[in-house]
Ligand binder design. Structure first.
Ligand SMILES: Cc1ncc(COP(=O)(O)O)c(C=O)c1O
Length: 388
């Protein structure tokens, strides 16, 4: 049994020495709670594995996928964490980054001017990629219901027409923290079959799901659904290794694989050897660390939710079922010119601007609560003070 990691044992001083984007975007008096990087130390097995590579001067080109152990590691991880989903290692490729994979999928499965459908507000690169590929954005805005955001299926049907070719799903959903239930996923799948859509399921947040909820991989809904689904995921969010650049794509059919892989390997991008090895270790040796992380994040999530309810009375927040991201509706406060700018200027806290997430994002900010309780408390107290 390894020692339980202490996710509160991080110092602001050490974080400020980090060279990554989270801690270098803003001046030092700002507390950054934006991009989906966590403030925690990496899991010990990953640190030891990477240190071992350094020690061995093992900095050459990355191994080919079969020699990396990655496909088997993911298949076994998925079998443990998402029972009912059988992943075929031979239907998997590694890519450097999911957004690049989404870009290639749009190019591979649709033509310029075709529609790509997604549920907004959503992870901003979804929207940017649709625009950059010259496709039409067929969006459907999620609506706040009782304790969760809901898919408006009538609006979704209305958003799709004959030129819509692809459904781009974020499941679990960033930034709304939804873990879609089986009946919702089945309704989406039915629609995809009826309208003959390819489904790209970005399941990068699948590991960060809180008690009471269960992530159901879209491709696990049945063979007919799987055959039109491309799943993309990585260990980068849950194990805090986004800088290492490694993700996997799992094709539900040979036809989908062929069309995607027709894009030259150079364009699909080369994965780093560090990314591959760290990801393999994450998926084989770090279940305990992940469970401890989830317990810490759940505590932060509940603390944030209670703080908002009790001390930020004009703010609305739905308790996220997944992710370490909170979606804060600040509209009642009428903060000018917008809540992102207002909190940055007056509270010196750096969030993500809700407007970047597309329709439904106006008047909102996204907070990242994957930090120590002390830092999260400071962020919230700064907000409270600025609002007084
Ligand atoms: C839904 C979603 N997809 C993809 C990514 C990033 O993946 P990558 O760095 O592999 O492009 C993120 C990062 O926050 C995300 O939230």
């Amino acid at each position: 049994m390894r020692e339980t990691p202490d996710f509160n044992a991080i110092s602001l001083e050490a974080l400020r020495r980090r060279r990554g984007t989270k801690w270098t975007r803003y001046p030092p008096d700002v507390l950054p709670a934006w991009v989906a990087d966590m403030d925690f130390d990496m899991a010990e097995p990953i640190r030891a594995g990477l240190a071992g590579m350094m020690e061995a001067n093992d900095l050459g080109y990355a191994p080919k996928l079969p020699a990396s152990g990655l496909p088997e590691a993911f298949a076994a991880f998925a079998a443990r964490r998402f029972p009912g989903w059988e992943v075929a290692p031979e239907r998997m490729i590694a890519i450097a980054d999911i957004v690049q994979g989404i870009h290639i999928a749009i190019e591979a499965y649709t033509r310029p001017g075709d529609g790509v459908c997604t549920l907004t507000p959503v992870y901003p690169p979804f929207l940017q990629t649709v625009a950059e590929t010259g496709r039409r954005l067929d969006f459907c805005t999620m609506v706040r219901g009782e304790g969760r955001y809901e898919i408006d299926f009538d609006a979704l049907r209305a958003a799709i027409d004959d030129r819509t070719r692809l459904l781009l799903l974020c499941t679990p959903h960033n930034p709304l923290g939804r873990v879609f239930e089986r009946d919702e996923l089945e309704a989406l799948a039915e629609l995809a079959i009826e309208r003959d859509l390819v489904v790209v399921a970005d399941e990068i947040h699948a590991d960060i799901v809180y008690p009471g909820f269960r992530h159901i991989p879209f491709a696990s809904l049945g063979p007919e659904v799987e055959a039109r689904t491309v799943t993309m995921t990585s260990a980068t969010k849950s194990f805090n290794i986004a800088g290492l650049r490694c993700a996997v794509v799992i094709f539900g059919s040979d036809r989908l694989a062929e069309r995607f892989n027709a894009w030259p390997e150079r364009i699909r991008g080369a994965v780093s050897s560090f990314g591959m090895e760290a990801t393999r270790i994450a998926w084989t040796e770090c279940d305990e660390w992940l469970d401890a992380l989830l317990a810490h994040l759940e505590g932060n999530r509940d603390f944030l939710h209670a703080f908002v309810a009790e001390r930020l009375p004009g703010m609305r927040m739905v308790l996220p079922a997944a992710t370490y991201l909170g979606w804060l509706d600040c509209r009642e406060y009428g903060l000018e010119p917008d809540p992102y700018r207002w909190f940055l200027d007056r509270a010196r806290v750096g969030f993500n601007d809700g407007r970047d997430f597309g329709d439904g994002g106006e008047g909102h900010v996204r907070i990242n609560f994957a930090t120590s309780r002390a830092i999260l408390t400071q962020v919230l107290e700064r907000m409270e003070e600025a609002l007084q």
